[in-house]
Design a protein around this ligand. Structure first.
Ligand SMILES: [Mn+2]
Length: 243
């Protein structure tokens, strides 16, 4: 059985499809999606439909991203602030204006069922953004931290690699889990274009919303696969490069 973790998609359905085809999945394989399925490219609806198909065919874990949370809020309550609209939300609003009420209802069920995090039997944590509590996710007070936090990744990339794990200077929250897999903080911001590890934190977000590809990594072997840069599938669009 292979276990794949997949980074932030941001409405880039064509890239997701190309990536999944590269994996040549077997029926027993597991897929773990880190969230941010929407907000960016023009196909959030197709993306969610395809994720539902994958969920029906494979052992699939789907986590909540901050953009999915914002889209759900808009679908349920009509809440659309300017910041969300300018960070990809406008593409999501435009796409949902073309679909039936029944489809919207089905997608509301999809978003509502997304998990805040996933912890596997080997104490590996999967979470969209991060957490702040030194004792781990179960002790976190605010659920939204799980899909908005950037401090976990910031402390991982700024950690001096000479500091041993038993030092009082080593961030205690990293020690809660054998490995932590996140998206949310696009790797192109630190000049990387492939899944990247700092401390025991693996970041799989290779910037699909911007100029990067979409990535999948097999969590045991750390082999990875990528689509082409997502903007190449949407040559007439800007994605989130306009914001
Ligand atoms: Mn995010």
């Amino acid at each position: 059985m292979k276990e794949y973790v997949i980074g932030d998609i941001h409405g880039g359905y064509l890239a997701l499809k190309a990536l999944i085809e590269k994996l040549s999945l077997a029926p027993e394989d597991r897929l773990i999606f880190l969230g941010d399925y929407v907000d960016g490219w023009s196909e959030p609806v197709e993306t969610v439909d395809y994720l539902c198909e994958l969920k029906a065919r494979y052992n699939t874990i789907l986590l909540m991203g901050n953009h999915d949370s914002l889209a759900l809020d808009w679908l349920l309550n009509g809440t659309a602030n300017d910041l969300w609209l300018s960070h990809g939300g406008a593409a999501t609003v435009a796409a949902y204006q073309k679909v039936s009420e029944n489809k919207k209802k089905a997608h509301i069920l999809f978003y509502t069922a997304l998990m805040p995090y996933y912890l596997d039997s080997k104490n590996r944590l999967f979470i969209h953004a991060g957490f702040t509590n030194q004792k781990g996710v179960a002790k976190e007070y605010f659920e939204k931290i799980f899909y908005w936090d950037r401090s976990l990744w910031e402390s991982a990339i700024s950690l001096d690699p000479r500091i041993p794990t038993n030092s009082p200077l080593y961030p205690k929250r990293f020690l809660c889990y054998s490995e932590i897999f996140i998206g949310h903080s696009s790797l192109d911001k630190i000049g990387e274009s492939v899944p990247t590890k700092h401390a025991n934190v693996w970041n799989i977000d290779t910037g699909a919303a911007f100029k990067g590809p979409l990535s999948a990594m097999e969590i045991n072997t750390k082999d990875f696969w990528q689509s082409a840069a997502v903007y190449l599938y949407y040559p007439h669009e800007l994605g989130r490069n306009d914001s």
